[in-house]
Design a protein around this ligand. Structure first.
Ligand code: 6R9
Length: 631
């Protein structure tokens, strides 16, 4: 770490500096923290409001901050409607390519028609303002239409990642009490059809609240449809109710836009709630400034829309900013490891935003795959999801970016709504550091009392101020929200991120990783508790512990330790069965790399599993302070 921090800065080119939207970070940063509300009000003014706000920030009921109270807005009015009168109307909003090579594209005008039709279909199914619609789909344009259609009519969406199993889907439907589920027959991965509707059907057996399921035809595989409950979207779309004209509902700035479930320290996923006003302002501002968005830009965020990165930076922010959004449904190396680079060349992508795990996955195939393509259209490269190791950073910078594209490493979370720590294109970079706070944010690296630790020392990452994009609560659980994220440091109202980090002498921030029981596997966030409870739900398991261990490509992988029930024999087939069991309970992304059978687990006297001890043993490291370890 020490030598990493002293490495030479990587400076942007003169061209980047000349074209930058923000030319002086320090000056604007100083202004933004001294005049936080004024700064955010100025940013909010770039959006279209139906009714102006009375108050920028209402902090009368901490930690339940409110932004732009009294204001009325709809994020879809900003993402679509206001583009329909000017030049943006006929500009491409979305270009989508399937794994098989099918291309569909939509201008802003066409996007509006699609979203309005979808919105009218939802209305005809009784969806109303305030409902929560669950969406479980592959990465196809209809996923975006469905999200925007909900927002347009004032319903909140809850998108469940298409890789999750029926158990995970059912748990999320139950928590959201959704009446309507939107899904698809399926998608493709590596040429193989994936049967999503069958998974949705399994989930619905466990979800009594669902009355209506709308299925989009995508991969054409046979889907079991239940009369009265199940409808094909294309059937509904051909009915007169599905008119391409639909008014956009005026929403209070603080009305819910979506909930998105994320893993935490307990087995129960948390439904983080985001709102129309503050989220629109925060995501649009960060996106515009960190990626220097220009009207002609072709922008590709290669994340899944079912992840917060997809919500904020595939769907909402780029559309608000009137960019052309690239989407690709499929594996990055299918049929060959040049697939992404081929698309960058074909579509002339200017900005690419992806995760370190995806980069490491492609890097291992060598330089010749990207080198076969003209990548000169690229201007900026983004990274998100986990710390980017300097090797991957350099490869991204040199081989993909030809040494001319700044790497915008963005640190943030489902809870924060948008990027909190990130460089601007003008920022001198240090490979592996997310650099400096975004405007309006004061970041602290603190000890248990909330006091700043000296430069170079590891501490807890806190955010010392509210920001418009912050989650408002955990759906139906205000108390858990207040307890999990706030109130650790007496009268200092700090948001605790759950990450540990360091700050160096130049004020650059270095994220180390999660401190709690959250594991990032290929950039996906999973909780040890979810994995453990999936294992314990198997009839032969009595107790289980899960930890994350470093992995060259995935960042981390899951290792599990299992105590079997009396009389069960530990063998290879059982280990495999347990891996498959976790995959079917949560999704393949959660499949453990290793299942070890053990007689006992290290525990504290109060009975908590000491995962840190398991991790140290697995890595052959010092086990640290064992004073709380039970005999
Ligand atoms: C956007 C997203 C949040 C956790 C976060 C941190 C890790 C995200 C990072 C990063 C280092 C970055 N994380 N971006 N760590 N550098 N640029 O990933 O949200 O899925 O909720 O995960 O991801 O540990 O606390 P989410």
């Amino acid at each position: 770490m020490a030598d990493k921090q002293n490495m030479a800065l990587v400076h942007p080119s003169q061209e980047i500096l000349d074209n930058a939207l923000v030319k002086n970070y320090d000056e604007l940063y100083q202004y933004s923290i001294e005049n936080r509300e004024a700064f955010w009000a100025e940013q909010a003014e770039t959006l279209r409001w139906i009714k102006p706000w009375d108050k920028v920030l209402d902090n009368s009921n901490k930690p339940f901050y409110k932004w732009f109270t009294g204001g009325e807005i709809n994020i879809v009015d900003n993402a679509i409607d206001r583009h329909l009168t000017g030049e943006t109307r006929n500009k491409l909003a979305i270009i989508w390519e399937s794994e098989a090579g099918q291309v569909r594209s939509f201008s802003y005008y066409a996007l509006n028609r699609e979203v309005s039709q979808f919105a009218n279909v939802l209305k005809s199914m009784g969806v109303q303002k305030g409902d929560i619609v669950t969406i479980y789909m592959p990465q196809i344009p209809e996923l975006v239409f469905a999200m925007l259609a909900c927002a347009k009519i004032g319903a909140a969406h809850s998108v469940v990642y298409g890789g999750f199993s029926y158990e995970a889907l059912a748990a999320r439907i139950e928590d959201a009490e959704s009446r309507v589920l939107i899904t698809a027959d399926g998608g493709f991965r590596r040429g193989k059809p994936i049967d999503l509707k069958a998974i949705a059907n399994e989930a619905m057996k466990r979800s009594p609240t669902i009355e209506v399921c709308i299925t989009v035809r995508n991969n054409g595989i046979d889907a079991e449809m239940e009369s009265e409950r199940d409808f094909w979207y294309h059937d509904l779309q051909s009915l007169p109710i599905a008119s391409p004209k639909c008014p956009t509902e005026p929403m209070d700035a603080e009305d819910p836009l979506f909930i998105l479930y994320t893993s935490g320290t307990t087995g129960k996923p948390k439904g983080m709630l985001h709102t129309h006003g503050g989220y629109a302002v925060y995501t649009a501002t960060t996106h515009r400034m960190m990626f220097d968005i220009k009207p002609g830009d072709r922008y590709w965020c290669a994340a899944d829309p079912g992840w917060i990165t997809g919500h904020s930076y595939i769907v909402y922010a780029p559309l608000i900013n009137g960019a052309t959004v690239m989407m690709y449904e499929g594996a990055p190396n299918y049929p060959y490891p040049n697939r992404w680079w081929q698309m960058v060349e074909k579509y002339g992508i200017n900005i690419l935003y992806t995760s370190p795990t995806a980069l490491r996955g492609l890097m291992r195939f060598g330089d010749r795959w990207p080198q076969r393509h003209d990548l000169s259209s690229l201007r900026l490269l983004g990274s998100v999801g986990e710390p980017i190791n300097p090797e991957a950073w350099r490869w991204y910078h040199e081989v993909i970016g030809g040494g001319r594209c700044p790497i915008i490493d963005t640190w943030w979370q489902t809870e924060t709504g948008g990027a909190m720590i990130c460089p601007l294109p003008i920022t001198p970079l240090k490979p592996g550091s997310a650099t400096k706070p975004f405007f309006g944010n004061e970041i602290g690296i603190v000890d248990d009392e909330g006091n700043e630790v000296p430069a170079g020392e590891e501490g807890k990452l806190v955010i010392k101020n509210p920001w418009p994009g912050m989650a408002r609560t955990i759906y139906k659980d205000d108390a858990r929200y207040a307890e999990l994220y706030w109130g650790d440091y007496g009268d200092k109202d700090y948001y605790k991120a759950g990450d540990s980090a360091k700050v160096d002498e130049d004020g650059y921030l270095w994220i180390i990783g999660r401190m709690d029981e959250v594991i990032k596997v290929s950039g996906y966030r999973l909780g040890t508790a979810e994995i453990e409870s999936a294992l314990v739900s198997h009839h032969s398991v009595s107790e289980a512990a899960a930890i994350g261990l470093p992995h060259e490509i995935k960042g981390n992988v899951i290792h599990t330790y299992v105590i079997l029930k009396e009389g069960v024999t530990a063998d290879k087939p059982l280990a495999q069965e347990l891996k498959e069991h976790v995959a079917s309970e949560i999704g393949r992304i959660a499949m453990p790399e290793e299942v070890s059978f053990v007689e006992a687990l290290p525990k504290t006297r109060s009975g908590k599993i000491m995962r840190r001890v398991l991790r140290a043993r697995a890595l052959g490291q010092d086990e640290g302070d064992l004073s709380t370890l039970e005999e």
